[in-house]
Design a protein around this ligand. Structure first.
Ligand SMILES: CSCCC(=O)C(=O)COP(=O)(O)O
Ligand SMILES: [Zn+2]
Length: 210
């Protein structure tokens, strides 16, 4: 099996799992997986498709600038430049972007702080942080309509081979060394967002939430 087919299948599996979670509303979301390092190539979702569907036109191979690496009628995701920034600056192997109601609410509630902070949650261990009362932070950036501007802003928060950024009233982009790590981190962030949204509602209702 060629490396492209192997990586295609790996990304298709992640895509199916995120679809099963209903994280691809209204064609939103984009995913990618690195195929080669030198030259850099990666498979990215084709723009505007319903990512819940599985077809043989789901992904296309692009180069280090996010341009198609082979002749195709498919268009790379409109947000491919964010993936480009990650692969060019880190050793990440996979990038996942989803729009969920919870990630949008958290991005809005904490927008003025420029970040959302979570602590006192067992699931933080999914990030490889094992200290008691550990804290995790996720930056929240403005949702520039101009993608090169968004990608430039986004790039200032890329600090390692694994990470995540919330885009205000838009969605989350998570990256990891492998597809397994990126998906694990995405699930952990979404757990924290849902947990916090519910806590805020319970607090508002006057219930005793810690
Ligand atoms: C309908 S959602 C607007 C575009 C977007 O934010 C997104 O994640 C999907 O865009 P793509 O070009 O990757 O399909
Ligand atoms: Zn998006």
């Amino acid at each position: 099996m060629s490396i492209v087919v192997k990586k295609w299948n790996e990304l298709a599996e992640v895509k199916a799992e995120l679809a099963a979670r209903d994280w691809f509303f209204a064609t939103s979301g984009n995913l990618s997986i690195k195929v080669t390092d030198d030259p850099l190539t990666f498979l990215v979702t084709a723009s505007g498709k319903d990512k819940r569907k599985q077809t043989d036109e789901d992904f296309l191979l692009v180069d280090a600038a996010g341009r198609p690496a082979e002749k195709t009628h498919l268009k790379p995701s409109a947000e491919t430049l964010l993936h480009v920034e990650i692969y060019n600056r880190t050793n990440a192997g996979c990038v996942l972007h989803v729009h969920t109601v919870d990630n949008n609410i958290i991005s809005d509630v904490y927008a003025a702080n420029g970040e959302a902070v979570f602590s006192g949650q067992e699931i933080i261990k999914a990030f490889g942080i094992w200290e008691e009362n550990a804290e995790v932070r996720i930056p929240i950036i403005y949702n520039y309509a101009d993608i090169p501007t968004l990608a430039q802003q986004f790039s200032t928060y890329i600090h390692g081979d694994a990470g995540a950024v919330l885009i205000h009233n838009h969605g989350i982009t998570v990256w990891g060394r492998t597809a397994f790590e990126a998906k694990k981190h995405l699930e952990a962030w979404e757990f924290l967002f849902r947990w916090q949204v519910k806590r805020l509602l319970l607090q508002r209702a006057g219930l005793p939430v810690g």
